[in-house]
Design a protein around this ligand. Structure first.
Ligand SMILES: Nc1ncnc2c1ncn2[C@@H]1O[C@H](COP(=O)(O)OP(=O)(O)OP(=O)(O)O)[C@@H](O)[C@H]1O
Length: 811
């Protein structure tokens, strides 16, 4: 009772609400008996704090039946959470109505107070407070939301959870937990609704929901999804305390329909045997294990120890890291906790009942021990307690639904069940969040990243190789074009150099020639000036040469002008040439610079273009030079001709000058030699003869130059006639016929006929005398006679004083 008193001291949430101090535990069920016995002996009471709330369990009281399973997790948050217990009253069934017709219900529910009154007898009852009280009209949905949904949410958040139904056979455990509700969804039990929520809250891409469905039948674990698997061993990790069933089938749930199919298969395989109490009684404990694995990306928590933090920081650079939350939900539909004597079982059924009672009794003992903070929790007494070690006193969040029937016939079982629930309410679990680094998915992710990066590196490498190949190709092409351009430039440079050398030599030649021409010009100018001087001196005597001199002066002036122009052109050409040389030097410099560092085809092309322009300019210069040369040549030829003409003119002038002087001398001598009269004639005859004979050879030579002249041949022809006349007149005997003719020619250059000349000769000079002319009339030579007649006729025509003489002669 002490325990009851202590329970009464719970707060409204924790107080079991028992209003009676008397122990009414007469349960014959094993678990209830265990609880009862513990209660009766008055073992350890739950600790309370000053506020009436149960103290958080001490290290000892909190201890889990399993070791800390979070050695790999980094969350250390632990939260005390009491096992939540709700009670549900099944509606009266036909049997109840029939058998209890004369009795009232043994329980009275006060759901608003979350209390249950269990009648002890007709006049007294005991009141018990639960976390929730469901009447017979409570819907499946509400039962789920109140009892199971918080646990499911915890499981989705990474905590282990357990939802378990405990109660007498036929009170609605399977109805509450395992009903499929195929035809009516509102009838669905906790299993289906829990999976519905879990599936809806998880992502098939990042999360996984796996289920195993087992039954514990006669201390043997059988796989309900693969019934051939029996006696599946329980594996307990000594380090983590994790309980697992490695032999059990684990199926990843795809959707709710898939789960319903699985559940249906499991239900079909669940062993059920008819008992006298319930034709469809479950003779085994059904355990649905739901393994949830959820990926959570969180930042590195400050709580992570520095070593782990450092490692992860290196890996993720402070960004979200893959964290996986692994949690397990157990939904347990326990077998009925009926009394063996009441069930009337025998044979196999009796054996089943014994095992059921054994496991439930063991569970009750554990719950008692936990509730009383016992130092020893007998979890290893049965497989059921081994499987549920994490659910009671462990790290799981646990809700217990206790089902009872209304029939007074089962008052004792109902009371025992209620006490089981009341004990369970004292158990405080230390729920723990089970988060782990998802090394597996991290590894997969990293492998994926490595693959991606490797592919990217390979792609980049391939791109680099392609670029490198293209660049190398371009470089080779550039090298080739550069070498070719260089070759062309070198060739052109060589050609230009040769042409330049050639031009330079030509320029030198031209310059030399020009200098020579200048010298010649100077000489010519000197000669011309001298000639001009000479001409000036002989200007008075050489009027006929004035035209020549003028032409010569004009020609010389023109020539000088042309020479000046030519010099100017040559100077221009020299300037051009110097400019070309400068440009060529620039080109050479550019070429050398270009040869040193050619930066590309573009510069080469520009240089080639410039070079071509220079070459064109050079070509033009050459052609201009050539034309100037030809002009110079022509001018030189003209100059040569002019020089020759000038020379010949000068020669003629000199000769004429010389002839003139000679003639003047001879004339002077002749004048001296001419007799004044007949007597003087004879005196001077010898002198003249001597002189004439002396000069005849010179005179004859001087006249030789005229022999080629036709005029002079004519004169020569007439000379014979004159000579005859002179011979007749005794002149020729004195000076000779040649000299007579020359005298005639000198004094009478305009005489057109021999007759006139003879007439003049005899008329001006009376040396011959009229008598001599008249004597010619009688000359034996007919020609002389004819001419003598003509002379006489002329004299007569003139009416000269000779006329009387002539008349006399003619007589
Ligand atoms: N709350 C309820 N509302 C309506 N019917 C119910 C309710 N609870 C139970 N029943 C009915 O009572 C009968 C027995 O229920 P159930 O089989 O769930 O009992 P049980 O506790 O699982 O029995 P066992 O332990 O023998 O398996 C079923 O026909 C079920 O439909």
């Amino acid at each position: 009772m002490a325990s009851r008193s202590s329970r009464q001291s719970y707060s409204h949430n924790h107080n079991n609400g028992s209003s009676s101090s008397s122990s009414t535990s007469t349960s014959s069920s094993s678990a209830a008996a265990a609880v009862s016995s513990r209660t009766t002996v008055g073992h350890a009471q739950p600790a309370h704090n000053s506020s009436g709330r149960p103290k958080p369990p001490s290290a000892t009281s909190r201890r889990s039946v399993i070791p800390n399973s979070r050695t790999q997790s980094f969350h250390s948050d632990q939260e005390p959470r009491r096992v939540r217990v709700a009670i549900r009253l099944r509606p009266r069934n036909a049997e109840d109505l029939l058998s209890d017709a004369d009795f009232s219900d043994c329980v009275e529910l006060q759901p608003e107070l979350k209390r249950l009154k269990l009648s002890k007898n007709n006049w007294s009852s005991e009141s018990y407070r639960f976390d929730e009280v469901f009447t017979e009209t409570a819907s499946q949905k509400r039962v789920y939301e109140v009892v199971a949904k918080p646990v499911v949410e915890s499981v989705l958040n990474g905590y282990n959870g357990t939802v378990m139904a405990y109660g007498q056979t036929g009170t609605g455990k399977t109805y509450t937990v395992g009903r499929l509700g195929k035809e009516d969804a509102s009838e669905r039990g906790i299993m289906v609704r829990a999976l519905e929520d879990i599936i809806a809250s998880t992502s098939p891409a990042s999360d996984s929901v796996e289920v195993s469905y087992l039954q514990l039948y006669m201390e043997s674990i059988q796989d309900l999804l693969a019934p051939e698997k029996t006696n599946i061993p329980i594996n307990e990790d000594p380090k983590t305390g994790e309980v697992s069933l490695p032999g059990a089938t684990v199926v990843r749930v795809q959707d709710l329909d898939h789960f319903l199919q699985l559940l249906q298969v499991g239900e079909a395989n669940r062993h059920a045997a008819n008992t006298k109490m319930n034709t469809e009684s479950s003779r085994s404990h059904a355990i649905l294990m739901v393994h949830i694995r959820r990926s959570v990306h969180e930042k590195v928590n400050d709580e992570i120890n520095s070593q782990e933090k450092g490692t992860k920081s290196d890996l993720f650079d402070g960004n979200g890291i893959p964290i996986v939350r692994k949690s397990k939900l157990l939904i347990v539909d326990l077998a009925g906790s009926e009394r063996i004597d009441k069930s009337g079982s025998e044979g196999l059924l009796l054996e089943e009942a014994k095992f059921i009672n054994l496991s439930l009794s063991s569970l009750g003992k554990c719950i008692n021990a936990l509730a009383e903070n016992s130092s020893h929790i007998p979890t290893r007494d049965s497989k059921l307690t081994r499987l549920l070690r994490d659910s009671f006193g462990g790290s799981a969040r646990t809700s217990l639904i206790v089902t009872i029937g209304p029939s007074a016939r089962h008052h004792a079982e109902t009371a025992s069940t209620i006490m089981f629930g009341q004990r369970a309410m004292k158990i405080v679990n230390m729920v723990k969040l089970k988060e782990e680094f998802d090394y597996e998915s991290l590894s997969r992710k990293l492998e994926g990243q490595v693959d991606h990066l490797t592919a990217e590196i390979e792609r980049q490498q391939k791109l680099r190789d392609d670029d490198k190949y293209k660049l190398e190709k371009q470089l080779r092409e550039c090298h080739d074009s550069f070498a070719e351009a260089r070759k062309v430039l070198v060739t052109r440079s060589e050609i230009l150099e040769k042409e330049n050398i050639h031009l330079e030599s030509e320029m030198k030649g031209i310059l030399n020639e020009l200098n020579h021409q200048k010298d010649l010009n100077n000489l010519m100018q000197d000669k011309v000036s001298k000639l001009e001087m000479s001409l000036k001196h002989s200007e008075q005597h050489q009027l006929e040469n004035s035209t020549y001199q003028k032409v010569l002066a004009d020609t010389t002036q023109m020539y000088e002008k042309k020479m000046a122009e030519l010099i100017k052109q040559i100077e221009d050409e020299r300037a051009h040439s110097e400019n070309a040389e400068e440009q060529l030097a620039l080109m050479k410099k550019l070429l050398s610079e270009q040869q040193k560092s050619i930066q590309g085809q573009k510069q080469i092309d520009e240089l080639a273009l410039k070079l071509q322009e220079m070459y064109q300019l050079h070509e033009n210069t050459l052609s201009e030079l050539q034309s100037l040369k030809s002009e110079n040549k022509d001018l030189l030829l003209q100059k040569e001709k002019l020089n020759e003409e000038l020379h010949s003119v000068r020669q003629r002038l000199l000769e004429q000058e010389k002839q003139r002087k000679g003639i003047e001398n001879e004339l002077f001598k002749l004048k001296r030699a001419v007799p004044e009269n007949e007597n003087d004639f004879e005196d001077k005859k010898s002198y003249m003869k001597e002189e004439l004979s002396k000069g005849s050879s010179e005179f004859g030579n001087r006249m030789g130059s005229y022999r080629s002249n036709p005029l002079r041949e004519n004169i020569s022809g007439q000379r014979a006639t004159i000579a005859k006349i002179c011979e007749e007149g005794k002149i020729s005997s004195v000076i000779g016929p040649n000299k007579v003719c020359l005298i005639l020619l000198f004094f009478f250059p305009v005489v057109t006929s021999i007759d006139t000349m003879i007439y003049k000769l005899f008329g001006l000079h009376n040396t011959v005398g009229l008598q001599k002319i008249l004597q010619l009339l009688t000359s034996e030579d007919s020609d002389v006679q004819v001419h003598a007649v003509k002379v006489v006729a002329n004299l007569a025509a003139e009416g000269a004083p000779h006329l009387p003489i002539i008349s006399t002669c003619l007589k």
